[in-house]
Ligand binder design. Structure first.
Ligand SMILES: Cc1cc2nc3c(=O)[nH]c(=O)nc-3n(C[C@H](O)[C@H](O)[C@H](O)COP(=O)(O)OP(=O)(O)OC[C@H]3O[C@@H](n4cnc5c(N)ncnc54)[C@H](O)[C@@H]3O)c2cc1C
Ligand code: FES
Length: 484
């Protein structure tokens, strides 16, 4: 999928892993988090291999809006309340440092990834939102931010704005390409199994004492239980062209709010229509188009895409040891809550410290083990997982000879011979039938009309209408059959 970031950029190409190799560290996942982590592990003197299931940057990192900011929505008021002032201050400090680390990285790599300093804004249009901004401003100042409230946002639809100074934007694909060129990478090498120090792909195996799961959603279910503690959210982006007067990024905090990300004087990204991945419905691009037509009628659409990211139960990413019962060298970074540009850098630093046996003041805050499911909850979940697996196992054999009345571009769940089947008729009139059950833990898939995909409401896996796997945690596609 082309985005403003990928257009015209030639990414380095890497072969697939074949045979058995050893390294100090093996990073799984070639998004921003995996690439930065591999970079810092190498800098720390570790021989490091990175395995990517598809191509580098083919996940969410290539479809982001690339604001480098420690202003993560209304997070500081919530952090002070839930975690206390000291942990909130540490969260702010970790993310501010991350932005400085990006500045230092651009200098040290001697590459231009278009890092530009700016302020970033939250805006509100209604009274309730304005009150929330005032509370957030006080909490942010306690955490050391240069935070200012202003009615002078330049947006006709905003009543109040909260600006943080000292933030930035960048071109993520340029950075990822620069990092990739300096690393030992295998593409088209999906990791199928991790067993202690052994990381196995279809064609080979890496033996490593440090294994980093940087796959956005960890695909190993037990231990860790990440599927119990996270969900994925999907967001839609329009790329607009034409002169505009937005000079800094904005994010609306209310339900109808949008994200505005200027890329140049005549290029603006408008994001929004966020929803829990796998919620049925369509018209999400249309909602943003309607907003753009009302407030930016002078701009024309030149691109559109969507992507998803993991959100943890307490809103703070999980970065650190995979699980107390996992093998010693397993580390994980996930749950970035749509702020994984800065927190990928936080993760890369923290994971490198842990891999090298160094103390980090941020370890406790991001520790994935801060959630401790009770034994009862764990058992219930294991039971559910077992039965779900069972549900997913049956062979898919859509019955022949039944009639499906669908127009081109339409999809539906149909009942055929007592069996549920997902049906979609493509633009050429061909009917596609799929087993509408997620191979991750067995949940029933729903149709996403905007992306023409079957999405899982449980943890956000996605599949094409032809059954191909598009997004994890599921690691395989679903059974499908095309019929004329
Ligand atoms: C619309 C949108 C806008 C956003 N805007 C911002 C923003 O402005 N600022 C910000 O800070 N954050 C933003 N984010 C969040 C940010 O983009 C993400 O948090 C970040 O890109 C996640 O990076 P990642 O490396 O963890 O995941 P990904 O980029 O998804 O990388 C994970 C990689 O792992 C690979 N993989 C998966 N399974 C396997 C396997 N078994 N074996 C090998 N490889 C595997 C995948 O193919 C993928 O390449 C946004 C998110 C969205 C959805
Ligand atoms: S993603 Fe977990 S059941 Fe579908």
């Amino acid at each position: 999928m082309e985005t403003i970031w990928t257009r015209g950029i030639e990414m380095p190409v890497f072969g697939a892993l074949e045979g058995r190799i050893s390294s100090d560290a093996c990073v799984i996942g070639g998004g921003l988090c995996g690439l930065l982590t591999a970079h810092f592990l190498v800098k720390a003197g570790m021989d490091t291999v990175l395995l990517e299931s598809g191509r580098i940057a083919c996940g969410t990192s290539g479809r982001t809006t690339a604001k480098l900011t420690a202003q993560h929505g209304l997070c500081y008021h919530r952090l002070v309340e839930k975690f206390g002032q000291e942990q909130a201050r540490l969260y702010a400090e970790a993310n501010r440092r991350a932005i400085d680390d990006f500045r230092a990285l651009e200098r040290s790599l001697d590459e231009d990834f278009e890092l530009r300093d700016c302020g970033t804004w939250l805006y509100a249009s209604g009274d309730v939102g304005c009150d929330a901004l005032e509370r957030e401003c006080s909490a942010a100042r306690l955490c050391g931010f240069d935070a200012e409230l202003s009615e002078d946002t330049g947006l006709s639809f905003a009543k109040l704005g909260l600006r943080f100074g000292g933030q930035a934007t960048f071109q993520p694909i340029k950075l990822m390409a620069a990092l990739a060129r300096r690393l030992k990478i295998f593409e088209n090498s999906r990791v199928l199994e991790v067993n202690g120090r052994s990381v196995r792909t279809e064609g080979g195996e890496v033996d490593a004492k440090i294994v980093v799961f940087a796959t956005r959603f960890p695909f190993v279910n037990f231990p860790g239980f990440y599927f119990m503690r996270m969900h994925q959210e999907r967001e839609y982006v329009l790329e607009m062209r034409g002169n505009h007067r937005i000079s800094e990024p904005f994010l609306g905090i209310e339900e109808a709010g949008v994200s505005l990300r200027p890329c140049s004087a005549d290029s603006l990204l408008i994001g929004g229509s966020s929803h829990r991945a796998g919620m049925e419905g369509d018209g999400r691009y249309e909602a943003i188009r309607a907003f753009a037509a009302q407030h930016f009628p002078e701009l024309r659409e030149v691109g559109a895409w969507s992507a998803e990211d993991c959100v943890t139960v307490d809103g703070v990413p999980y970065i650190g040891r995979f699980a107390p019962t996992a093998p010693d060298g397993w580390l994980v970074a996930t749950g970035f809550g749509k702020w994984g540009m800065t927190t990928s850098m936080v993760a890369a630093r923290l994971i490198t410290d842990l891999a090298c046996g160094r103390r980090s003041e941020y370890a406790e805050l991001f520790d994935p083990a801060r959630f401790k499911p009770s034994a009862g909850a764990r058992m219930l979940m294991e039971e559910t997982a077992m039965s779900a697996k069972h549900l997913a196992r049956g062979a898919f054999a859509p019955p022949d000879g039944f009639v499906v009345e669908l127009q081109r571009g339409e999809a539906a769940h149909i009942e055929a011979n007592g069996r549920k089947v997902g049906a979609y008729r493509d633009d050429d009139g061909r009917l596609w039938l799929v087993e509408p059950r997620c191979p991750h833990l067995g949940c029933e898939l729903v149709w996403n009309g905007d992306e023409k995909s079957w999405d899982c409401p449980c943890h956000g896996s996605r599949f094409g209408y032809d059954g191909a796997q598009l997004d994890g945690p599921a690691q395989i596609g679903i059974a499908a059959r095309g019929k004329e």
